[in-house]
Design a protein. Structure first.
Length: 490
């Protein structure tokens, strides 16, 4: 007769007295405890200390940060699930030190200090560099369309707003007329019917659309004013340069006149464009006419106005464009950013600039797919000493290009030169590294960590959350480095 292993669910002291013995040596929770202790949390501390000292004492920022970093590294993003894990999950209990913060506390801490938490990205990256996980021999840049916290069905075009405006006004008038048409006999027979609720709902819808149309106009006007100012500055510089040459003074006068005409199109007192943390990233501006009026197809989402409808894997979704630059040595993310412009062709330069700023060094080579190619991108990379390998067509897995060898006549010399570089033996070898550098990182973020949608609304907040996702990816890579484990365990 078989006997069973001992089973005593009512037994006390199942866990050892010391939390250091609750989990196996080298567990991610212990690693994060040591790492967070070494991070500078001054940005969070200053906000906490600035509050009124009276009332209930807050949780330690070090504890809350440790819990959030472990949660994001483990694929837990819901504040309610984090609260439950601090009760049921041993690793979370170790990090929380026995505390059980309410989900509202977790959510408030994350929302209040989201920018400071995203700012830890560079600190973690520096730790990866100090452990030799970043070599900058080859950096691959790529992006993915990440679903916004909004439905695409809540987006409406400017044309449809105008049509619905007229329809709703007609319906409101119809309800008023119907109310007046109900006679006393029908009231006595069937009871009165009060249309106030139907009218109120339609009036609320009208007001909501009016606010959306006005916001769309302001967004277009602000972006147009910025562009006109930039053009006026460029024309001023050209005119000043030409005045130094006697033969070009007449041309300079023409440019000065054009500059004045350009400047007269905007008002200096006009509202500035919406704030953005990534001010140098391309920003989607709704399509508009030369006079600044939104075009009929210009859309605005009622839930998250800064998100845009984009295409991913052949399907349309309300999304943001999440960008990363990855070092090929250990798949460390060396730069990350978020914007609401779908096409990638303007992202190469700002992402490469972030790599240099974050790492204080210039990568030897950089690769990107054909969506990133532009002459400006190639010039910038060569100017700072990076050798670019940007596709000008589709590629096979071995790095060779699928397109025909002869490029169309409208292709520039820069494209032809890049094509020749990529068709060389060295070009094929370097470009082939891209598929094992950046693409697996997106897979690791989406599949095992289950991050497929932003939790917040608005460009700035989602940019900060994306940095939080990327820094926890780097923490996982750092945790798996034996030297880093030994250093933080000491």
């Amino acid at each position: 007769m078989k006997t069973y292993r001992p089973y005593s669910p009512e037994q006390s002291f199942l866990l050892p007295p010391s939390p250091r013995e609750w989990l196996p040596d080298g567990h991610l929770a212990y690693f994060i405890l040591g790492l967070v202790h070494e991070l500078d949390l001054g940005a969070i501390e200053r906000v906490v200390q600035a509050k009124d000292p009276r009332g209930e004492r807050p949780y330690s920022p070090e504890m809350m940060t440790s819990v959030l970093l472990y949660a994001y590294a483990s694929g837990v993003y819901s504040s309610r699930r984090i609260e439950r894990a601090c009760v049921e999950d041993v690793a979370f209990r170790v990090l929380a030190g026995g505390a059980q913060p309410h989900f509202t506390t977790v959510n408030d801490f994350r929302a209040t200090h989201l920018e400071a938490l995203g700012g830890l990205f560079v600190q973690v990256l520096k730790a990866c560099q100090s452990e030799g996980l970043v070599k900058l021999g080859h950096v691959a840049i790529d992006g993915t369309k990440m679903k916004a916290n909004a439905s695409k069905h809540k987006a409406m075009s400017y044309e449809r707003m105008q049509k619905d405006d007229a329809r709703l006004r007609a319906e409101i008038q119809e309800w008023f007329e119907r109310a007046e048409a109900v006679d006393a006999e029908e009231d006595a027979q069937h009871g009165t019917y009060d249309p106030k609720e139907e009218i109120r709902l339609r009036e609320e819808r009208l007001a909501k659309m009016a606010r959306a149309k006005e916001a769309l106009k302001k967004e277009v006007a602000a972006a147009r004013a910025v562009r006109l100012r930039e053009q006026a500055v460029e024309l001023r510089k050209k005119a000043e340069d030409m005045t130094r040459t006697p033969t070009k003074r007449a041309e300079a006068a023409t440019l000065a006149k054009k500059r004045d005409q350009q400047a007269s199109l905007f008002d200096d007192d006009q509202d500035p464009p919406p704030p953005s943390v990534d001010s140098d990233l391309p920003r989607n501006v709704p399509p508009h006419r030369p006079d600044g009026t939104p075009k009929p197809k210009a859309q605005r989402n009622f839930t998250d106005p800064e998100s845009r409808i984009m295409m991913r894997d052949g399907a349309f979704l309300q999304a943001y464009n999440a960008q990363i630059a990855v070092d090929d040595k250990h798949q460390i993310i060396v730069a990350a950013a978020v914007s609401n412009q779908g096409p990638d062709n303007e992202y190469f330069e700002p992402m490469l600039r972030r790599v240099v700023e974050n790492c204080d060094a210039v990568p030897a080579t950089a690769t990107a797919d054909n969506g990133y190619f532009s002459e400006a991108a190639v010039r910038y990379a060569e100017h700072i000493g990076v050798e670019p390998f940007i596709s000008v067509g589709k590629h096979r897995n071995d790095g060779t290009q699928d397109a025909a060898p002869d490029l169309p006549q409208h292709h520039t010399d820069a494209k032809r030169r890049m094509r020749a570089v990529l068709e060389s033996q060295r070009g094929r070898e370097i470009y082939a590294l891209r598929k094992s550098t950046v693409e697996p990182v997106f897979g690791q973020i989406r599949a095992p960590r289950r991050f497929g949608q932003f939790s917040f609304r608005g460009l700035v907040k989602n940019r900060c959350e994306w940095l939080l996702v990327c820094l926890t990816h780097n923490i996982l890579k750092l945790w798996r480095a034996p030297a880093a484990r030994r250093a933080l365990a000491a």
